[in-house]
Each structure stands twice: as C-alpha cells, then as structure tokens.
Write a protein that binds this ligand. Structure first.
Ligand code: HEC
Ligand code: HEC
Length: 309
C-alpha cells in the first residue's frame, strides 16, 4: 500500500518533471526554429532587399545634391546618358577618386572640371568600384525612363524677402534652431564681416558660396543633402527643411552680393587683435625666457662661488 502510494507520488513527480522538460524543450525548439527560420529565410531576404534598395538610396543620399538625371546641371553635370559619352571603366575610375583623375591631367576630366567652374567632385564615403558600377547601372536604367526619379528636387522659386534673409542669418549663427536638430553653420563656417572671431575654421568661408556653387538652384540642391565627407555624416539624420534651405540661400545670396569694402572693418579688427596678440606673446616669451635664464644661470653662479671658497 505504502509502496504503491509512494510509487504513485513518484510517478506523479516523474510525470510532472517530464512534462516540464517537454514544455521547456518545445519552447527551446520553437525558439531555435524561429532563429533558424529567420537565419535561413529572413536573412537573405533582408540582405537581398538591402542590396536592391541600396543603390537608389545611395544615389539619393550622395549624388542628388549635385547631379540630376535629366533635370539639367546643378553643381555637377546632368548624368543622363553619361555612359554614352564616356566608357564605363573611365567613369568608374573617376567616381572612385575624382581628384586624382583631375590631377592626372586627363583631358576629359579637365573639360568637365572646367565646366563645373573648378568645383571638384568629392570622394564620397563608401564609394568603391563595385558601388560605382552599380551606380552606373542605375544611371543607365534611369536615363531610359521618360521621367527619371532623379530629375530634381522641388524647391520653391519664389522671390526672396527680407524676412527670408533675416531667418537665414539667424539659422547660420544659431539664434534660430534648425528644426531637425542640425548644428548651426557657424560652428564650422565663417562669413566675412559677420564677426572677427565668430565662425568655425573646420569648413570653408562661405561668403562667396552663392556664386561658387552656381546660384540658387544648385546651392539649394546641394544643401538638401550635403555630400561632403564632413557634412554628410552630420546632416544625414538632421537634414535641413525646404524652407530652411530657402532662407539660408537667401542669406548667402545677400552676403555674396555685398561689396568687399563691407568686410573692411572686420578685417581691421582682426588685424588689431592680431597685433595685440603678438605683443602679448612677446611679453610672455620674455618672462619665460628670463625665468629660464635665471634657472640656468643660478646653479652656474653658485657652483663658481663654491669653487672660489
Ligand atoms: C559636391 C558635388 C558632387 C557630388 C556630391 C557628386 N558629384 Fe559627381 N560630379 C561633380 C562635378 C562638379 C563633376 C564634374 C567634374 C568635376 O568638376 O570634378 C562630377 C562628375 C561626375 C561624373 C562624370 C560626368 C561626365 O559628364 O562625364 C559622374 C559619372 C558622376 N559625377 C557621378 C556621381 C555620382 C554617382 C555621385 C554620387 C555617388 C556623385 N557624382 C556625387 C560633383 C558632384
Ligand atoms: C561639423 C561642421 C560643419 C557644420 C556644422 C556645417 N558645415 Fe558646411 N562644411 C563643412 C566642411 C568641413 C566643408 C568642406 C567640405 C568637407 O570637407 O566636408 C563644408 C562645406 C560646405 C559648403 C560647400 C562649400 C564650397 O565652397 O564647396 C556649403 C555650401 C556648406 N558647407 C554650407 C553649410 C551650411 C548652410 C551649414 C549650416 C546649416 C553648414 N554648412 C554646417 C563643415 C560643416
């Protein structure tokens, strides 16, 4: 009787244990199965999708600020049918390292460089031969369409107002926060006459950028997706909004149009500050030198005196 009860209890425990293990195993198995299914199916699907979507995204992110396909030239030439103008291997070489190709003295590179008013195409982050080949495939396919997806951005062409210029200035110097949270331009750029000391040195002076980047349409497109090594990573996730671009371009246009003499007072201030700085440095060096001189001379003098005793 006892034995039976015990065996009954035992078998009940046993049963429970088995059941728990079974459930655990099933959970594990289904978990494992889910992981395996994901690895076998979803992995390649995701990778495949990334591959297929990658090239248009890459083009949109890195090229449309300077190029259209069938929408006319911006900073760079219209890329429609570019593969019919020049052979693929040359274009791939060029895209991988534009500056090297221009520097090599290649006549075609020199020609397109001149046509772009000597703005060199930058080497884009993530560019390599394989990517360049895929981009050419995309450009070729888009060139065949009646209307390419990359014909150009829609940026308002309405006349600039004083309000636009004021807003643009406020954004440039950081008085007016950029909506998507990008850093103010002045942290890396200067503008002549703005302030003698304000303005970062990481990026170029932008006083004449309106002319340099060929006016409203091209500069607006450029700012919609800055494609340079420094600005792209910073603004990729914090792009400027269309109305912000309009305002900043209005401001750039107004400063580019100002006569040079406007900047003279600022340059004078800079010169004076420079002089003051140099004078201060002379004093500092003088003081330091005297100290060092004493420091070297004192032991010598002491030694000589000790020798005399
Ligand atoms: C900052 C502006 C800028 C960006 C961004 C840019 N390019 Fe360019 N690209 C130029 C300029 C300017 C030229 C003309 C040559 C020169 O001056 O370097 C050019 C020339 C070219 C050419 C040769 C055109 C011809 O007529 O033979 C190709 C192809 C090209 N770019 C593709 C691309 C692709 C693809 C991207 C994106 C991955 C890209 N570019 C991004 C400015 C740019
Ligand atoms: C983190 C620093 C940084 C910030 C912030 C920044 N830039 Fe730039 N920018 C650069 C650098 C550096 C260059 C030069 C190209 C390069 O090396 O990437 C440049 C180049 C440019 C150019 C092209 C100049 C030329 O002559 O080719 C323009 C236009 C420009 N910036 C506009 C802006 C505007 C407008 C803002 C503010 C909304 C801004 N930048 C904010 C660093 C910055």
């Amino acid at each position: 009787m006892m034995v039976q009860t015990r065996s009954g209890v035992l078998s009940w425990c046993d049963d429970l244990a088995w059941r728990a293990m079974d459930v655990a195993a099933r959970v594990c198995r289904s978990g494992l199965r889910a992981v395996l299914v994901w690895l076998l199916c979803a992995g390649p699907v995701l990778a495949g999708r990334a591959d297929a979507q990658d090239t248009p995204d890459f083009f949109r992110q890195n090229c449309t600020n300077c190029h259209t396909i069938g929408g006319g030239r911006l900073t760079g030439p219209d890329l429609k049918n570019v593969t019919q103008q020049k052979d693929r291997s040359w274009l791939i070489e060029f895209m991988v390292n534009p500056r090297a190709m221009i520097a090599s003295g290649d006549p075609y590179a020199a020609k397109i460089f001149q046509e772009a008013r000597q703005v060199p195409m930058p080497t884009l982050p993530g560019m390599n031969r394989e990517r360049a080949a895929k981009l050419l495939d995309l450009i070729e396919a888009e060139s065949k369409l009646k209307e390419s997806h990359f014909k150009g951005l829609q940026i308002s062409q309405r006349p600039f107002t004083d309000d636009d210029r004021a807003q643009g200035y406020a954004m440039f110097v950081g008085l007016h926060r950029l909506e998507a949270g990008g850093p103010p331009c002045i942290s890396c750029h200067s503008i002549e006459g703005l302030s003698a000391l304000g303005g970062g040195r990481l990026g170029p002076d932008l006083t004449k950028v309106f002319e340099r980047l060929k006016g409203r349409k091209a500069l607006s497109a450029w700012l919609a997706a800055p494609g340079t090594e420094t600005m792209q990573p910073v603004f990729k996730d914090h792009p400027l909004k269309a109305d912000e671009i309009l305002a900043v371009v209005a401001y750039f246009k107004s400063v580019a149009a100002k006569p040079e003499s406007d900047a003279a007072p600022a340059r004078m201030a800079f010169l004076l500050l420079g002089l003051a700085g140099a004078t201060a440095l002379v004093f500092v060096f003088d003081a330091v030198w005297k100290q060092r001189f004493h420091a070297v001379r004192r032991p010598l003098v002491e030694k000589a005196e000790r020798g005399r005793q």
